[in-house]
Design a protein around this ligand. Structure first.
Ligand code: 1HE
Length: 258
């Protein structure tokens, strides 16, 4: 499927969602946000993982500022809620999502990246939250998700001072789990997506839906939720088959990464 804002391809059991507004540095128009929402809402059942990538030298320049018209307070709130609904489908939707980052990952682009489960950044990547200097605030869930990656003090500093993190600093701070050579973020993200797609679907579901929620719970409730999910996951026929494969020597061992 192609519209003017995203290109959606399926390669085996991986969906590739590419932001295709290169001339606007993949700025997130309402149309693009709704196209993203549709892509996750209508994900075919055979798809087991997704990669989000951006066309051109930048992953995403954030909110399309040309659409920031004369909204009143209520409309502004509804607009933010529309982003929340779309990015909720990225984080707690049908499949694990891997972001392939390069160039600018700023404002709403960083909010989108932070809704993904794994972030792979190449060495051209830089992270910023220019909302502070534009007189606005994050509205795509960034105030909830970004502190979970880097902490409230770092986010406050970024928004107050306009601080930009480069790729190495961003990896150290916790934005990306992988830092790869220039131009290779998509290939690495796709390789990871293929690997993730081979997991038991119920395991991926539990990782996507339970981990973030357990992190919000008091410890006692977290342990209880963990026990429920552990019991459900273990009882699945696919889990029993995978464990049997290991015990009978048919499954790969864990190997040191040398
Ligand atoms: C845009 C946008 C945009 C570029 N909305 N049009 N985001 C920002 O404040 C970041 C604004 N963008 C930039 O700082 C730079 O464009 C970049 C560092 C991302 C890339 O720089 P560069 O030199 O490669 O490109 P450029 O020449 O700045 O941009 C190319 C065109 O894209 C240009 O338009 P043109 O008509 O002159 O060709 C830019 O105006 C346009 N463009 N970024 C609209 N963001 C849910 S709330 C989220 C709140 C936010 O995300 S606020 C942060 C917004």
């Amino acid at each position: 499927m192609t519209n003017t804002d995203i290109q959606l391809d399926y390669r085996d059991d991986v969906a590739i969602i590419r932001l295709t507004r290169e001339t606007k540095r993949n700025a997130l128009s309402d149309g693009l946000i709704l196209a993203l929402r549709d892509a996750f809402e209508k994900m075919p059942p055979a798809i087991r993982a997704a990669v989000i990538d951006g066309e051109g030298p930048h992953f995403c320049a954030g909110l399309d500022l040309s659409e920031l018209k004369e909204r009143d307070a209520g409309q502004g709130m509804q607009h933010s809620r529309m982003w929340h609904a779309a990015l909720e489908l990225v984080q707690h939707g049908p499949v694990p999502v891997i972001a392939a980052l390069h160039g600018a990952v700023v404002g709403g682009g960083l909010e989108l990246a932070s809704a993904c489960h794994i972030r792979v950044a190449d060495t051209t990547t830089f992270y910023a939250l220019p909302e502070g200097s534009r007189g606005i605030f994050v509205g795509g869930g960034g105030s909830v998700r970004i502190p979970k990656l880097i902490g409230v003090p770092r986010m406050t500093d970024m928004m107050m001072t306009g601080r930009v993190y480069n790729a190495e600093e961003g990896e150290r701070a916790g934005f990306a789990q992988y830092l790869v050579p220039q131009g290779s973020a998509f290939d690495k993200a796709f390789e990871l997506a293929q690997r993730v797609a081979k997991n038991a679907a119920l395991t991926n579901y539990a990782l996507m839906h339970a981990l973030s929620r357990i992190a919000e719970q008091p410890a006692d409730q977290g342990y209880f939720t963990e026990a429920l999910i552990a019991g459900i996951a273990q009882s699945a026929p696919e889990a029993k088959e995978r464990v049997r494969d290991f015990l009978e020597g048919r499954a790969a061992k864990v190997a040191a990464n040398v």
